[in-house]
Design a protein around this ligand. Sequence first.
Ligand code: ADP
Ligand code: MG
Length: 201
Amino acid sequence: MTTVRGYLQLLGKKPEYAARKATFDLMISEVDRANAIITEFLSLAQTKQTELKSQDLNNILNNLYPHIEADAFTQNKQIRFILGEIPNLELNRSEITQLVLNLTRNGLEAMQERGCLTVKSYVEDCKVVLGIADVGCGIPPENLRKVGTPFFTTKDSGTGLGLAICYKIAESHNAKIDIDSSFRGTTFSISFPIPVVPQKA
Ligand SMILES: Nc1ncnc2c1ncn2[C@@H]1O[C@H](COP(=O)(O)OP(=O)(O)O)[C@@H](O)[C@H]1O
Ligand SMILES: [Mg+2]
């Protein structure tokens, strides 16, 4: 794939193909898209046991703040972080990073310009909840059952793999994903079990 992309780039720069620049750009962007799909699909197919470590979810979220803010900024949208006091959780940092980015990307993509995406963390019913709420178009009831099925997408250039990966990551963390959606927006709530601290005898 790298070779194909490299040759397309090289040939596309030759003067005899100057008139076909748009075609070359399209071919390159399609190679990039195929590459993104394969990379995501492979991460979905990975069966290796996830390594979990006790850590602070808020710390992972705070580290992602600049990244999500930049995504929001380029789309002319807002973000808001409301991080509560939560206990450490058993987490795999890179998987949680992936989950948060997939969900925030979807949330941003669902909203009109100037819409605000809210990322929260809080404790509820003995669980730590990560909430990602947008004020976007919502998910129609007939699609609610389908989201998370690999390759289900309503976007022209979507892969339909983002949520499938989120469900897999939630499973490896014994976490549960709830979706609350209406025409006013969508909230994804991921509830993580709070680890039991071993009691001294
Ligand atoms: N926050 C959201 N608001 C509205 N629709 C959403 C949201 N998140 C996911 N969806 C719907 O679920 C589909 C699948 O999402 P995803 O698996 O991330 O794939 P993709 O983003 O590539 O389409 C999206 O195409 C969209 O229809
Ligand atoms: Mg997505």
